[in-house]
Design a protein around this ligand. Structure first.
Ligand code: ZN
Length: 100
């Protein structure tokens, strides 16, 4: 059984990542990992275990739009993200939010 102090300590030490949309720093569990696979597909990584280059984004559709507008995807993946891909990611985020 872990003490409360130890647990708090564990949460505080969670690694933080920057959202490629709004630029806010958040813990990994608050963010959605998006991966560019070696094949060049851009997918939401729901398991956190997909291979490839990863980027993190808040779990909300606004940050997807922001990332598209601010070229966050291009910066993170060194390639542009098509409108189709962006729309797919947006849907995925909305679906995740509904499921939670
Ligand atoms: Zn964000």
């Amino acid at each position: 059984m872990k003490g409360k102090t130890e647990l708090t300590e564990k949460i505080r030490r969670q690694p933080e990542r920057t959202c490629i949309g709004c630029g806010e720093k958040r813990t990994k569990r608050e963010l959605l990992r998006i991966v560019r696979t070696p094949e060049g597909d851009i997918l939401p990584d729901l398991t956190g275990r997909l291979n490839g280059r990863g980027a993190y984004i808040c779990r909300n559709a606004d940050c997807i739009d922001l990332a598209v507008r601010k070229h966050g995807f291009e910066r993170a993946f060194k390639m542009p993200v098509s409108a189709d891909t962006a729309a797919r990611l947006r849907e995925e985020v909305l679906r995740i939010n509904e499921a939670e």
